[in-house]
Design a protein around this ligand. Structure first.
Ligand code: GDP
Length: 475
């Protein structure tokens, strides 16, 4: 019925004309991977016809125009493109706030087809619907196949593992003082949910850096504080649980979370995506060391399990999947010299190898690309001990430090970023650490303007990403 709804509104939109093809492009990745920047840069470059030599419709002079259009479904938040652009081009320019929930945006692209038979009709139109959502939400797919008892057993076993001891301590302590078979009280549910959520957040940010479900506990979107998120795993009470027990209450909430939060997300949003970009902050993990890389690999594997399509994943079967292309992108490539970009792609390729294989097996094409939605550095060289070293030039954001130096957010520096290993195997097989000089840079403060006075946002390989993702629909 949702498909029908969309189809009907499409027809209404196009009354009198031909049905406009619509491509739904999903953009995901774990928190801070770079989704907001990627989308803002992509939209801006299309709207202003930025420097996109690797994007065939532009390179071939067939691109006519892009404009933003009203999204047909008024109930989904709109991607705050204008606000994000304003923050990025403010004085001083700053990074906007990242993705917290699902949002969408529709671009209407007008172009001349390269095929003579469609070209005869005059310009063609494509609706590009961009769907931005937290990668953490994909962690919830396995929950659909687990009962409360099964999920609790798994989650509690994990919390008791030595690697989780420190982060889970308070939660386990409170659990020990709780009688699951006792009378249900909201305060108990809230207290447990709170300490369980703290444990999940801390495991991601400090401890083992694991990314554990439920995904909405990490990024609640609009559901923060609602009863559907106020539950925690509980051991099954020894006596048969009474109907008004705490156990029964949390079991009910867990089921509600699945039915009212997880399932609708997969059915109404995820299942309708045609193409997907998965953004990965590979460099941050490389910089944090082999344990962080191993952990990112695990987190990505659970997130990317959702791209095992159709038959292979029985939980997805009801949502009839159809993604035909997935782009894995290592973001923030402007943190390394361009001579390392191919190596960064090779490392990402290794990181997503198993997910990628499964997706291809299910019939989707995949590709890995290193890119920067917005390039915050330029390149130069310095001479040190008779050697010429490639450097990055940029302004580290206030509070960053490296080698005992504290940055104030205003000083431009030249930095030797370090090299990535030539072969990713060194990293994955021998756990060899990479020595990178990694600093967060502020967005560029001075940007060029085009003939119409619009900003030209510098990027790395965004044009190749676009060409891979939508080029064939504009052929
Ligand atoms: P989200 O949580 O996935 O939406 O992540 P964001 O798009 O908000 O990105 C998180 C942070 O990463 C930003 O605030 C920037 O500091 C940084 N970042 C993202 N993309 C780029 C990029 O292309 N270049 C640089 N230098 N930094 C980036």
């Amino acid at each position: 019925t949702d498909e029908l709804g969309i189809a009907l509104s499409n027809i209404a939109d196009n009354a009198g004309g031909l049905l406009t093809p619509t491509l739904r492009l999903g953009v995901t990745g774990l928190s801070r991977a770079g989704k907001t920047i990627f989308i803002t840069a992509l939209v801006h470059n299309l709207l202003t016809q930025g420097r996109l030599p690797g994007f065939a419709p532009m390179a071939e002079g067939r691109f006519i125009a892009a404009r933003l259009a009203e999204y047909p479904d008024a109930t989904i938040p709109r991607f705050a493109y204008e606000q994000h652009l304003a923050t990025l081009s403010g004085k001083p320019a700053a990074w906007p706030e990242g993705t917290r929930r699902i949002s969408q945006l529709r671009l209407v692209l007008k172009f001349q087809s390269a095929k003579w038979w469609t070209g005869l009709r005059g310009p063609s139109t494509l609706n590009l619907d961009i769907v931005d959502y937290p990668g953490e939400w994909l962690l919830d797919l396995p929950l659909l196949g687990l009962s409360f008892a099964e999920w609790s057993a798994e989650a509690l076993a994990r919390a008791q593992q030595p690697g989780h001891a420190e982060e889970a301590q308070r939660f386990l302590h409170e659990l020990a003082a709780t009688d699951a078979g006792g009378e249900a009280k909201d305060v108990d549910a809230e207290r447990l949910a709170q300490s369980f959520t703290d444990y999940l957040r801390r495991s991601r940010e400090e401890g083992a850096l694991s990314t554990l479900p439920p995904g909405r506990f990490l990024l609640p979107g609009d559901l923060e504080g609602s009863p559907a998120l106020t539950f925690a795993p509980l051991p099954r009470p020894t006596s048969t649980a009474r109907r008004n027990s705490l156990y029964a209450m949390l079991e009910g909430r867990y089921e509600a979370y699945k039915a009212q939060v997880v399932r609708p997300f997969f059915r109404d949003h995820f299942a309708r995506i045609d193409r997907q970009v998965v953004l990965v902050d590979t460099l941050r993990a490389l910089n944090a060391g082999p344990a962080a890389v191993a952990d990112l690999e695990i987190a990505l594997t659970s997130v990317l399990a959702c791209f095992r399509q159709g038959e292979a994943n029985p939980l997805l079967r009801p949502f009839s999947r159809r993604i035909d292309k997935i782009l894995f992108a290592a973001t923030k490539a402007d943190h390394v010299h361009h001579t390392s970009h191919d190596r960064l792609e090779a490392i990402l390729n290794r990181l997503v190898a198993s997910a990628s294989r499964r997706a291809r097996f299910a019939g989707a094409q995949t590709r890995s690309l290193a890119l920067a939605g917005i390039r915050a550095t330029s390149e130069g060289t310095i001479r040190e001990n008779g050697e010429t070293l490639p450097t990055l030039i940029g302004t580290p954001v206030a509070g960053e430090r490296l080698g005992g130096v504290h940055y104030d957010g205003e000083t431009e520096i030249a930095l030797f970023p370090g090299d990535l290993p030539e072969r990713p195997d060194a990293l994955f097989e021998n756990g060899e650490p990479v020595s990178l000089n990694f600093l967060r840079f502020a967005p560029p403060q001075k940007m060029d303007r085009n003939g119409s006075g619009e900003l030209v946002l510098p990027h790395i390989r965004l044009d190749r990403a676009l060409d891979y993702l939508i080029g064939d629909w504009m052929a």
